[in-house]
Write a protein that binds this ligand. Structure first.
Ligand SMILES: O=C(CO)[C@H](O)[C@H](O)COP(=O)(O)O
Length: 225
């Protein structure tokens, strides 16, 4: 079994009967959705909210009922991958472009479980670019302000076009050096008009990180504070 699948299978053990489950996006979350689909087929009663149209499609095809968005204001558990995780559990997410919906679910979850493989671990964040979602009108205005914060900013492409998020927006990938103060950087990015959200997730939102390894082991990490 690959390390992402190991982490995902461990995480779904936390899902309880009759709960609202937030389902993330990406190749690691894929395995969690797949397993939850099997659990539902075996009789488990849950309803899901997904952080992307792709994950919602997979959930529906796997037989997982979706919750109506007008019915819920929080989720019991949210399981999702990450692109980079530091010692304190600060995260960079958004490699799959779903950061805004992911952030809404993470912020509004009772239990946020991050599933990764060991290659995602860093002592300090900064290896992976920070995705910044902007409305199309604002993206080009935002670039110099983002670069003034110390990054190299690149608009994400999909073939010959700009990559379009599920919210109809563009993404600017911002490659920083080491990120020393996540909250200050997040605040500065949010202050730029036209920015919808960015892929920085503070440690205080994260409850559990589960990481799989190529050697077939999986572990729950301890937060270093
Ligand atoms: O943030 C994300 C999508 O927006 C993903 O969780 C992140 O990119 C990790 O993806 P993967 O599990 O495929 O490595």
């Amino acid at each position: 079994m690959n390390p992402k699948q190991l982490a995902a299978l461990k995480a779904v053990e936390y899902i309880k009967e009759d709960t609202i489950v937030g389902l993330g996006t990406g190749t690691t979350a894929f395995y969690a959705i797949q397993k939850l689909g099997e659990m539902v087929k075996e009789g488990m009663r849950v309803r899901a909210v997904c952080s992307s149209l792709a994950s919602a499609k997979q959930a529906i095809e796997s037989g997982i009922p979706l919750a109506g968005m007008t019915e819920i204001t929080s989720v019991d558990i949210y399981i999702d991958g990450a692109d980079e995780v530091d010692d304190q559990f600060n995260l960079i997410k958004g490699g799959g472009g779903a950061l805004t919906r992911e952030k809404i679910l993470a912020f509004n979850s009772q239990l946020f479980i991050v599933i990764i493989d060991d290659s995602k671990l860093s002592a300090k964040l900064g290896r992976f670019p920070v995705a910044v979602e902007t409305i199309p009108f604002g993206y080009n205005f935002a670039i110099p302000h983002l670069e003034a914060l110390g990054c190299k900013a690149t608009v994400r492409q999909s073939g010959d076009n700009f990559y379009k998020t599920d919210n109809g927006n563009w993404i600017i990938d911002c490659q920083f050096q080491t990120i020393t103060d996540l909250e200050a950087l997040e605040g500065a990015i949010h202050a730029i008009p036209g920015v919808v959200e960015c892929g920085l997730f503070p440690y205080s939102w994260v409850d559990i990180v589960i990481s799989g390894n190529n050697d077939g082991t999986v572990r729950e990490l301890k937060k270093i504070s």
